[in-house]
Ligand binder design. Structure first.
Ligand code: FAD
Length: 338
């Protein structure tokens, strides 16, 4: 019999990654995932889904390296397996280009990428006005396919899924022994976190099958990422902007900037326009606490605030969150585990 009742709030790439990790590793737990919105209506569905990594200021680099490496290894294994088309996970090769040579020419994640090297002069000639660049193979993880694939994996591991908005963690305290919060931007109200805020991103899906390489401007503002069902062209980074509708000025600006990098983009057909709000925080919150709910101290594990890097870091932080869940279970009074 399943003895510990765990609830995961959130059905984006972080919520489902975390739910799968817990359900598969801890068969004595009954795991339920609750969320207001599911694919295709989450931020994760908008993500371009290319694996890069940022550097968060207050998290030890070793921990960030683990997050990135664990995610990369997990997705690389899928990309090289028969599951690749069903999961929407594939290799992607291309260039990151800079107008000025960056201070950190060899970012920490470079050792995990396949074939990472500096661009040659003949490659740089393809992008006039750019002085430096990285060439490498990474992974593209298309969440509108990958998250439903994870949901299937979660259900196979015995997980339950329920559509529901949670207004307060109090609502969950009588039905569950442990709460895992993967509510992204929703954490602003759900757990009153004033540090989490949106960075609005708009992208276009283009029909341009002749484009085969990813191209990313070093400042992250302009990118062209070929994928399974079209090319993702971006982007925007509007801090504190909650607008979820398409802005046609942004559409124009994205097409202009991308065409400047690759002139044939101007010939591409625009298939769709998407907007998402990156759940941003100075540092993602992957930690545990005991919260007083309805007169009971309930363990809560948080895993949210990945900003523009949630696809890249989802599996790595999910494994970290699983470790925190194990610690909570270890400390739980015996009767809760019986
Ligand atoms: P979400 O996908 O937003 O999911 C949050 C979930 O919590 C939803 O199911 C929601 O309904 C639920 N929820 C919230 N509050 C409540 C509540 N009170 N009750 C019940 N449910 C609740 N990342 C990369 O790594 N690589 C990229 O190339 C990349 N490109 C991007 C491009 C754009 C334009 C954008 C917008 C983002 C991009 N990202 C990228 C970032 C990535 O999309 C996010 O980091 C990631 O989707 C966050 O996932 P999440 O599961 O935390 O949040």
């Amino acid at each position: 019999m399943k003895s510990v009742r765990v609830v995961v709030v959130g059905a984006g790439v972080v919520g489902f990654s975390t739910a799968v990790c817990i359900a598969e590793a801890l068969p004595f737990c009954s795991v339920t995932l609750l969320a207001e919105k599911f694919s295709p209506d989450t931020t994760s569905d908008v993500a371009a889904g290319l694996l890069f990594a940022p550097k968060f200021p207050d998290i030890p680099l070793e921990r960030q390296r683990h997050w990135f490496k664990n995610s990369f290894d997990h997705l690389l294994a899928i990309s090289q397996s028969q599951h690749s088309p069903d999961a929407g996970v594939m290799l992607s090769s291309g260039w990151q280009i800079f107008k000025d040579v960056p201070a950190d020419k060899t970012p920490f994640w470079s050792e995990f990428m396949i074939g990472f090297r500096f661009m040659t002069d003949s490659e740089l000639k393809l992008f006039p006005g750019h002085k430096f660049g990285h060439a490498f193979t990474t992974i593209k993880c298309e969440c509108s396919t990958y998250v439903p694939w994870l949901e299937n994996r979660f259900r196979k591991a015995g997980g339950h899924v329920e559509q529901r908005k949670v207004y307060s963690l109090d609502e969950l305290s009588s039905s569950y022994d442990l709460i895992v919060n993967c509510s992204g931007l929703g954490s602003k109200t759900l757990v009153g976190d004033e540090q989490v805020y949106p960075i609005r991103g708009q992208v276009l899906k283009l029909e341009a099958p002749w484009l085969q390489h990813f191209i990313r401007a070093g400042d992250g503002m302009t990118y062209i990422y070929p994928g399974r069902d079209g090319v993702t062209a971006g982007g925007t980074r509007q801090e504190g902007d909650w607008r979820l509708h398409v802005d046609e000025d942004d559409t124009k600006s994205i097409l202009e900037r991308c065409s400047r990098l690759v002139p044939s983009v101007s010939k591409a057909k625009v298939l769709s326009k998407l907007v998402g709000l990156r759940p941003t925080r100075k540092n993602p919150r992957v930690e545990r606490e005991l919260v007083q709910l309805q007169g009971r101290r309930v363990p809560v594990v948080h895993n949210y605030g990945h900003g523009g890097w949630g696809v890249t870091l989802a599996w790595g932080t999910a494994l970290d969150a699983l470790g925190l869940v194990r610690q909570c279970l270890h400390e739980m009074p015996l009767q809760a585990k019986l």
